[in-house]
Design a protein. Sequence first.
Length: 298
Amino acid sequence: MRTRTIEQGFKKFLRALKPTSKESDAAKSHRASIEACLKSKFGITRFVRTGSFGRGGTSISGYSDVDYFAQIPTSNLEKNSTFMLRRIRDVLDKRFPRTGVRVSRPAVIVPFRPDGKERTEITPAGYVEVTTKDEYKVYDIPDFSGGWVRSSPDAHKAYVRKIDQKLNGKVKPFIRFVKAWKFYQKVPISSFYLELRTAKYIGSKPSIAYDDYDVAVKRIFSHLLHDVKLAKMRDPIGICGQIKPCSTDKKLENTKSRLSTALTRSQKACDARKNGDIENAFYWWNKLYNRKFPGYYY
């Protein structure tokens, strides 16, 4: 029987977090039918993948949705975004019966499988403009109160990619580690918020990217809880204003409690490794990641 180091554990964990080619193929198989349906009913002019899924993204295998923006002509958009989402839900529910199509602002979700895999999110988007600096398209998408809010997925992806490239690809792994905690512990916090907060923090303190995996993850949790206190985040590229960590105050309080627990567990894990108790360090990382972190023995 052999044992792993903490570094080996995190490297194996990172490989397991990345979506498989099978997941990517499944996502492609649903795209054409969804796009054709929406084009027929709403005259969409662009159907583009957004979010963290796909090559170069930060998605988590088995958990991250496949996200699309459906660009709808202004003449076909409802003034009330809630009503627009309901219309799209009804159309997709008719096309994909028995899948459980539902609204989850700012998108409509089509869960093609009951286990949550192959879940697709479609966000209605009204084209607004092209940003003057980098020529990224800006859209209006649904907010949480029936209105519309600005968004530019291409610009935000470029923001994260730029920081990651500057630090030799060492940022995205940490984004995945933080998102894995969210998904495995069912923490009601926005993945978008976590991604931008983590990228901005490491970008401002680049030495973190070169810390040991365990120390860096602990520092990110500490930053979220103590430095920024899960406050709303000003959009670093100035397009969508304030970015909320959670959709409700109740979810925010729940998340703060979960984050405090995560920080405690990551601190115990780091202390155990520092004291030479590697087996106990693995125990605490497995507690933090709900038994999905690699085992000490293999």
